[in-house]
Design a protein around this ligand. Structure first.
Ligand code: SF4
Ligand code: SF4
Ligand code: SF4
Length: 360
């Protein structure tokens, strides 16, 4: 079970593609210690109830490094709780506990990096590419590019095995492939990209993006043929699902029995991207103090078992994030069932590139 904890809604950046860009300046909520501890208890109990043997505690935000003390406290609490459950024979000695952080990378210091190394953290670093590419969207509250604040950390983060997450807006397309190559040359062995679907992508922009994807795919293939360790999620995820004949929802999406997202006020959501402390939020699954709303969980399970009507007969539907990712549906159409024409176009284009790559 992956327990994703939104430690704070605050962030020291104002990225142009942030989900919260309209409201970031007035997002002040932080998770208090009682909620943090109760969330970890809930995560462990849910893991045990699903008879799973691995609890991942993921620290998320806003920017979680604004709460370094809470991260350190949460790690200590989770370790003590798991040790106690082992002593009580509620879990076996083969039970694993691990930690993840999703960060913009601007607030690390040596002591915290040492802590991450000691606790074997998995680090997901939002880094779009070199300064001229990264700073297009990732800006500080006073409008500066944030690359300089991350740059000095890059060698250490590479050593710690961080995954670089690069977001693609319409303004990034022209320098995308060279930025992915740059990230790989810095030593990142795992890179993933995500498109900022803003409803404004034009046909020409998608064609340019397709050219960049082809270049990235070719580069990735050459690296792999040369025996290099290099995971490029953008390309590899699509190929993997085809080769393994797996469905995205079963393989890459862990909603329901694989993830719990917890907001600062303890409200529970299906995954990290739904999390909000707003009381009227859709897809709320309960609260760590009052338990799960099984009716809401069932609704989500039913959705995960059904196909979208609009996608009937589409050959790539089980590899398409518009069809398979509840969150992409929610963010681009406002519902779980909706289909965004923009994402549909993107998914067809990317699947074609990936399929051609393996057929060659
Ligand atoms: S770092 Fe993340 S949370 Fe902060 S502004 Fe950027 S996208 Fe939003
Ligand atoms: S709904 Fe989407 S974002 Fe959430 S876990 Fe599934 S694939 Fe990931
Ligand atoms: S490519 Fe389009 S039609 Fe096919 S599954 Fe995705 S959203 Fe549906």
């Amino acid at each position: 079970m992956n327990l994703v904890l939104c430690l704070t809604e605050q962030c020291n950046l104002r990225c142009s593609y942030c989900y919260y860009k309209e409201t970031q300046a007035c997002r002040h909520a932080v998770m208090d210690n009682a909620t943090l501890e109760q969330a970890i208890r809930t995560g462990l109990e849910r893991t045990i109830s699903f008879k799973q043997k691995h609890l991942i505690v993921s620290f998320f935000g806003g920017e979680p490094l604004l709460r370094k003390d809470a991260i350190m406290g949460g790690v200590g609490f989770a370790k003590a709780l798991v040790a106690e459950a082992m002593v009580q024979h509620r879990i076996g000695t083969d039970f694993r506990l691990s930690f993840v952080i999703n960060t913009n990378g601007t607030l690390f210091d040596d002591a915290f990096l040492d802590f991450c190394e000691r606790e074997k953290f998995t680090i997901f670093l939002s880094l779009d590419g070199p300064g001229y590419h990264h700073d297009i969207a990732r800006r500080t509250t006073d409008g500066r590019g944030s690359f300089k604040d991350i740059e000095w950390n890059i060698p250490r983060l590479v050593k710690l095995g961080a995954t670089a997450l690069s977001t693609i807006t319409r303004a990034h397309v022209g320098t995308l492939a060279e930025s992915i190559r740059w990230l790989h040359e810095q030593g990142f062995k795992s890179i993933a990209t995500a498109v900022d679907f803003d409803g404004k992508w034009t046909g020409d922009e998608f064609e340019n993006l397709a050219d960049q994807y082809r270049e990235m795919a070719q580069y990735w293939l050459e690296c792999r043929k040369a025996g290099e360790k290099f995971f490029l999620g953008t390309i590899q995820d699509k190929i993997k699902l085809l080769v393994l004949e797996k469905r995205f929802r079963q393989y890459s999406c862990h909603v329901y029995d694989g993830t719990i997202g917890v907001a600062t006020n303890g409200n529970i959501f299906p995954c990290s991207r739904f999390i909000t402390s707003k009381e009227s939020a859709p897809y709320l699954q309960g609260n760590v103090f009052t338990g799960f709303d099984e009716g809401a969980c069932k609704k989500l399970r039913d959705f995960l078992e059904s196909d979208k009507q609009e996608c009937e007969g589409c050959a790539i539907r089980y590899r398409c994030c518009m069809h398979e990712c509840a969150c992409t549906s929610f963010y681009t159409t406002g519902t779980l069932e909706g289909v965004s024409a923009e994402v549909c176009t993107h998914e067809r284009m990317l699947a074609e590139i990936c399929d051609k790559l393996i057929s060659n």
